[in-house]
Write a protein that binds this ligand. Sequence first.
Ligand code: PEP
Ligand code: MG
Length: 601
Amino acid sequence: MDSEFERRPEPEEPETLHGISGSPGIVVGKVVVFSPLEDGHIRYRLEPGAAVKEEERFLAAVERAEQSLISLRQQFEGDLADTVAIVDSHIRMVRDRMIVEQTLSLIRQKQINAEWALARSLGLIKKKFDHIADDYIRSRFADVEYVARQVAEQLTGQGRSFPAGFAEPVIVAGEDFSPEDTIRMYTDRVLGFLTEKGGSTSHTAIVARSLGLPAVVGVSGITSRCRTGDTLILDGYEGRVCLHPTMDQQRLYLEYDRQHRAFSDEMSWYIRLSSETVDGLRVRFSANIEIPDELEAVIYYGAAGIGLFRSEFGYLQRRQLPDEESLFIIYRNMAAALAPEPVTIRTLDVGGDKLSSHLPELRFSRERNPALGLRSIRFSLREKSLFNTQLRALLRASQHGRLRILLPLISSLSELKEARQVINGVMEQLAKEGVPFNPDTEIGIMIEVPSAVVMADTLAEEADFFSIGTNDLIQYSLAIDRGNEYVAQMYDPLHPAVLRMISQTVEAGHRQGIEVSLCGEMAGDVFTAPVLLGLGLDELSMRPSAIPHVKRLLRHSTFARLTALAAQILKCKDSSETAALLRQYLADNYPDPFIDCNERT
Ligand code: PEP
Ligand code: MG
């Protein structure tokens, strides 16, 4: 290993590359680069009559690969649930027809050795994946490739050439890593992970977060830009990589990391304190989560329940539609773990910008304008059997805690009434079957489109609570695609129209006596939170780690100051005026080294 780290004759220029934050933290270290999979396997034509033996050799390798994955799975059972789920999917895939039968038939028909047939088979599969329009499904070719590699390694008797045990802790870089690779390397003293592919929900990111190691993913060209032995800074907070850093840069980043940690330690003081202003106004701070494993963080950061469980992730990460029983177990466990605090579960919100899925049942025909298409509640009301299954699981779980059902993207009263009718029907059916549930389960709606804001007074008569989804409300009210980088700078949470809509919704809800929550990203942003608090929201729901920060802000404020600020802001004519008021408010009330107010509009 040491020889890989020999000094280069030429010092190289520092270079900063940008990717996506996969897992927080900063490390400085040397990198080991794993180059993309090479097809260096031997190729030969078979002797006449040798195909049957070759097929047997291939099947034996499949068997061994399966066994090796099963034993890997056993090592992590009971621990890293997400990782185990991914290994499970690989175990199922290793005997997939696409890989096994195609390879067997190539051995037979082309009279070629198993390694060659497997490589050709993989090439054919790749062509099929390349034609898939859906980015998510296309990216799942990485799983097929991983599984095929396991079989290839069994055929040749060689493992992937990971150096066994690093002489010093290193940052590992590669195209992408499977969860199995990530874990195997972790045990070899890894400082952090860096990949060319993937996003914040890629396997590497998920596993790195559960291992508590920094990761930056999706850094295009990284495997060719750096070489084993190069020094780099991996900034998992910002999704940045600094190649060939100067000593000054290294010191700066490490200091930044130290401050981050010290600040986080200070924040941990706030975890157990109540969420109230100096003059006693209480606000509920709850958590937004995507997967049940985040429950630990919800409890750790002292969230007052879950304000948004994005249930679609439980569907999109799977290879089969979840059945009622498995959904029930997930929902029941969450409701019971946090009782008597509320657990707000949003029904399936797929389509639009959301990851579409490899599940045929959730596959959407190509829509010209998916954000305005068959998404969220519209999809559920069309696919009633899917909706029924989820509602049965939710209602059955409702008697194990305070479970609240949240309907996404409601845009009219008739839509809400139709959804309520379906819910009532499911309740009647459960009652008929003698299945227990809570008949008073609260049914809330997301306020995410302008029509819902305008009709909020009417909708409030039929809903038990509101949850304002500003991520979508901003996109639909300002006509800015939330995922489009060309107009990203116009995606403006402080736009007066957005703030007035939030204010109108709060007022309409309160007039009808229902609670109003806000669960868009701006709830967890200390820069935007003061105006939300001043507008009188009853609950802010955010990523769990943001809770102590926003709580600290609340505890440094008074109700009187916050409402005066909001009243002033509602008169602002554009967002730069609002930003100036917020900057001033924060400077006066809340010194925080990590809010870069100058970067705001
Ligand atoms: C929102 O739109 O603000 C929201 C919380 O929902 P999502 O981000 O899941 O669309
Ligand atoms: Mg939304």
